[in-house]
Design a protein around this ligand. Structure first.
Ligand SMILES: [Cu+2]
Length: 129
């Protein structure tokens, strides 16, 4: 009985950690649904791995798009504005990119999706810790 309880507890903790791990944002870009998942929660100053899932209104994954992620911070006292851009690369059904928030604070992010001759975008803010 004690072993069963211990095993259950470990399983429960493992599952909780697995679910709590990623930082997630869901946005609309034109008619598309965009699911952004970051492997650090909260996202950190430094390297974060980003996965971007794109689906159409019927829920079908869009895999033939060009996906660009930009992230920026406006000028602050003693600090010039910062702008970065990275191409997200298709891996399976999602697009992957690595971002490097060069300092902690609030970053403006934009996912730009070109698909079927049209470009749409979604914006979101990340508070890097
Ligand atoms: Cu700054």
């Amino acid at each position: 009985m004690k072993t069963f309880l211990t095993v259950s507890l470990i399983l429960l903790m493992t599952v909780s950690v697995a679910y709590a791990r990623d930082y997630e944002v869901t946005k609309k870009a034109g008619d598309l649904n965009v699911e952004i998942r970051i492997d650090k929660n909260p996202p950190v100053a430094g390297t974060n791995n980003v996965e971007i899932g794109i689906t159409d209104a019927s829920g079908k994954a869009i895999t033939g798009a060009k996906v660009v992620l930009t992230y920026s911070m406006p000028a602050m006292t003693g600090m010039p504005p910062m702008n970065y851009r990275v191409d997200a690369v298709l891996a399976g059904n999602v697009y992957k990119a690595r971002v490097n928030y060069s300092m902690s604070g609030s970053w403006n992010n934009e996912v730009r999706i070109t698909h079927g001759g049209k470009t749409v975008s979604a914006r979101f803010t990340i508070d890097a810790r």
